[in-house]
Every structure is written in C-alpha cells, then in structure tokens.
Design a binder for this molecule. Structure first.
Ligand SMILES: *Cc1c(COP(=O)(O)O)cnc(C)c1O
Length: 362
C-alpha cells in the first residue's frame, strides 16, 4: 500500500495559503500597539454578528468561556439543571459545572451522533433552566424540536456552535437559533485564531451587555465595577487574524464538504449521515469501525493521521462520573474515529484511508 504523510489537520498549509494577508495584518497590529479591545475587535464583532445573522457578538477568550458567560447571562446559576449531551468535548459540561449548575445528559442518535431531541421532554425537571444542543462535528442539531420544548417549559437555549462556524439548517446559519450561541476560535476549529478565542452571539441586547460586562471585570466603564467579573476578552491580534480568515470560511467549508462527499463514496464502513435540512462544516469527518485500535494502526502505517473524538464520554470522565446510562453514547465511543479533514488536504488520502478501513467495516 502507498505510504503517505497526511495529518488529521494541517494548520501550516492553511497559513501558507493566506500568508501575505496574515503577515501584513500582524505587522499592522504590532505597529499600532493596540493589543486589547479597540477597532479590530469591534470590527470583527460586527462582521461575525452579521455572518451569524445576529445583532450582537462579544469576543471572549475561549469557547468554554463563551458557553459559561452565555449561560450565566441567561440566568443559569447554582442548583440549576442544563440539558445537554455527553458525546461532546468536555468543555460543554465543564462550562455548566463551573456555574454551580448540573449537566443532565441525554443520549445521541446513532446516525448523526447528535442530541436525541426525543429524549428532551423526559429530562426536564422543576430545576431545568436551559438546553445546550451541541452542533457536533459541524452538523446542527434539529433546532425546531429544541425550540418547541424550550418554549413549552420556559427554558433558554444556548447553541454550542464551537465546531459549527458556517453551518446551516434550512436557510439559517448556526448561532442564529438559540437565545445565544457560543463559538470557539481554538486554532484547530474551522474558524481558528492563532491562540485561544471565542465569541457569544445573540440578538438580545441585555444578554450581550451582561456577557461583555462579566468578561471585562464586571465593569460598566473604566473605573466602575458593578459586579465581580472575569478577564475573558478576545485580544486584538486574534480579532485581526479572524477578520482575515472569516471571508475565506465559506470557501474552506465548501471544500470540506467536497472532500466529505469523496469519503462517503469511497468508504465501505459506516460514516455519519447528514440530515436533509443541514449543511455541515465537517469540522471532523467521522467513521465507525470495529476493532478500532487495529484500524488506527493500519491508518498509521499508511501515513494517515487519525484521531478519536471522543473516546471517553463526558458522563464517564473521572471529574464527572454522573451515573447516567446512555447506551448509544457508550457504544459508539468505542467505534468512532476521525479521518484527515482540512480544505488543503491531498485527495489521495481518501482512497488510502478507505482501503485501510475495509477490513474493519461495520
Ligand atoms: C472546542 C470546543 C469547545 C471549547 O472551546 P475552547 O475554545 O477550546 O474553549 C466547546 N465545545 C465543543 C463542542 C468544542 O469542540
């Protein structure tokens, strides 16, 4: 078999494709010496709010903080319950727990590995305050049933859109459905900064104000602090980098969808289904296999970078250990693997990966 050297994601290749623009932008920010706040940040916030079809965007220092700040701004606090999934990155639950609230986990649907919205009603209690649907791998959770259930019980909805910048459902973008949405600009995300970063988008001016105040020392102006806040801001250098990248995002995501279609065609093992109404960002391309360790070894030998997102469900993490029983989440955690996926990736990797996985098909 051919030996390649294709990583799971290649941030250097993307940098090379936009290097001149990035380098001149970084030089401009260094020369301006305006590193925190300022015009780059507010321009990015305006541009990203418009991209998400929302009235407000507040840049913060990570996707984790974006989730926590959005939930807190919507009134989630100690003793409250927040319904979400266990099949996600740890930070989804961490943001809830850090507020003193409790994550209540529902299972995922085997075809998409997204929140099973049929289980939401059964998870609501008198303490439930919010729902956090996670648009995992870049595909959006069906938002109509989430919204309907939330409205029925007076709950808030915060989209975890960390992996879904640019995703769409019907005609609307990720981030435009919830009371607020949280994005991550971690370097490996589809819209990645050159360091940590995140944002909250919302169309509620009070939520935007509350997030901004809490993220900036609880202040209303330079010397007046009306609450004990955090220091969780998106810095100007990251905002400037994100402003360079945002106009490229749709092109990069479209290329990911083309590559995903090639994977779908080539693979004999099962892979995730995309719902009719959805356009995924393919943050990750996930397949399911049996004997995963051997499958990963075969990929490694062929020079294909692969990963597992995520091998241990959140409700089984030592820090959480919730006692929840989630049959689909628990089963698929042992079967999933993520194949190389980035706009600049060489197409040859797809056939080679498919050949490697043939013997492990489910
Ligand atoms: C990356 C990620 C987060 C956290 O974002 P950070 O910027 O790394 O803090 C939260 N939820 C999901 C689903 C993620 O993928």
């Amino acid at each position: 078999m051919t030996t390649l050297n294709v990583p799971l994601v290649d941030l250097k290749a993307q940098y090379q494709s936009i290097r001149a623009e990035i380098d001149s932008t970084v030089a401009r920010i260094l020369a301006s010496a305006w590193f925190v706040g300022g015009p780059e940040l507010s321009s990015f916030e305006n541009e990203f709010a418009a991209y998400c079809e929302r009235d407000h965007c507040v840049g913060v220092n990570s996707g984790t903080d974006a989730l926590g700040l959005a939930l807190a701004a919507l009134g989630v606090g100690p003793g409250d319950e927040v319904i979400t999934v266990s099949h996600t990155f740890f930070a989804t639950a961490e943001a809830i727990l850090r507020l003193g609230a409790k994550p209540v986990f529902v299972d995922v649907v085997p075809e998409t590995l997204l929140m099973n919205t049929d289980e939401l009603a059964g998870a609501v209690t008198a303490k439930t305050r919010a729902i956090v649907p996670v648009h995992l791998y870049g595909q959006m959770v069906p938002m109509q049933p989430v919204r309907e259930l939330a409205d029925e019980h007076g709950l808030k909805v915060v989209e975890d859109a960390a992996q879904a910048a640019g995703a769409r459902q019907a005609t609307r973008p990720a981030g435009s459905f919830g009371d607020a949405a949280a994005f991550s600009f971690y370097p490996g995300k589809n819209l990645g900064a050159y360091g940590d970063g995140g944002a909250v988008v919302t169309s509620d001016p009070q939520v935007a104000d509350a997030v901004r105040r809490q993220s900036d020392h609880g202040r209303v102006d330079k010397y007046r602090h009306t609450q004990v806040g955090d220091n969780s801001r998106l810095d100007a250098l990251q905002a400037a980098v994100l402003r360079v990248k945002l106009p490229h995002l749709d092109t990069w995501n479209a290329r990911r969808r083309q590559l995903a279609a090639m994977y779908d065609e080539a693979l004999t093992t099962s892979h995730l289904a995309i719902r009719e109404e959805n356009e995924s960002t393919y943050h990750l391309y996930v397949a399911r296999v049996r004997e995963r360790d051997r499958a990963l070894e075969a990929l490694r030998e062929a020079g294909i970078g692969a990963g597992v997102h995520y091998p241990v469900p959140v409700h089984k993490q030592p820090a959480i250990d919730s006692g929840a029983v989630l049959p689909v989440t628990e089963r698929i955690a042992g079967e999933i693997l993520s194949l190389p996926m980035y706009a600049e990736m060489p197409e040859e990797a797809i056939a080679v990966a498919a050949e490697c996985l043939e013997a492990f098909a489910v």
